[in-house]
Design a protein around this ligand. Structure first.
Ligand SMILES: [Ca+2]
Ligand SMILES: [Ca+2]
Length: 184
């Protein structure tokens, strides 16, 4: 049985190899292109280097532990729209947490925000069995936000856990690159 997380809740991850899937739908008025980005941070909360940011324009981390399966530009249809797979056993030993941020491509230019986004979730599935381990459906309404820190994987005493974050921002991807310690 999958664990249903609510905002702020944490849960242990007992498998080394899993997929982190993002799903969303758009309500009327044209298309929105949501993008999920994984920032791989060290103990101080900074991105290890540029090659440890995984997103549609850089599909694999330097250690090959985190792999994005490709850009989805519409969110059309059910199920995961963008997927990032994680193999804990390959992770660079400096990686202390991985934050998943979802942004809207060209939100500013297109005048788009999360008020137009529906049914969004992040879920973790076991890569071997394809079983859903946990899911976090955004449980509050967002309106003007242009980006969301959706969730994070982090390590405590050797145990990997997932935390449902759901923190909305008015910022674009560049903001998070700076927030997590790199120059834009
Ligand atoms: Ca996309
Ligand atoms: Ca969808």
């Amino acid at each position: 049985m999958a664990v249903n997380l609510v905002k702020g809740q944490r849960s242990n991850i007992e498998t080394n190899s899993f997929n982190v899937g993002l799903g969303w739908d758009i309500n009327s008025r044209g298309e929105s292109d949501l993008d999920v980005t994984a920032f791989m941070l060290d103990e101080s909360g900074n991105t290890i280097s540029e090659s440890f940011i995984v997103f549609y324009n850089q599909l694999e981390s330097a250690d090959k532990a985190v792999v994005h399966t490709g850009d989805n530009r519409t969110g059309d249809g059910d199920g995961d729209d963008e997927v990032i797979s994680v193999d804990i056993s390959k992770l660079d030993s400096r990686v202390d947490q991985i934050v998943f941020v979802v942004t809207i491509h060209e939100a500013e230019e297109r005048g788009q925000n999360f008020g137009q986004v529906r049914n969004s979730y992040i879920r973790i599935t076991d890569k071997k069995s394809n079983e859903e381990i946990m899911i976090y459906e955004l449980d509050e309404d967002y309106s003007v936000e242009k980006s969301i820190e959706f969730g994070r994987l982090y390590k405590r005493s050797g145990q990997w856990k997932f935390e449902a974050m759901g923190i909305g921002y008015m910022e674009d991807l560049g903001f998070f690159v700076q927030k997590y310690g790199l120059e834009v």
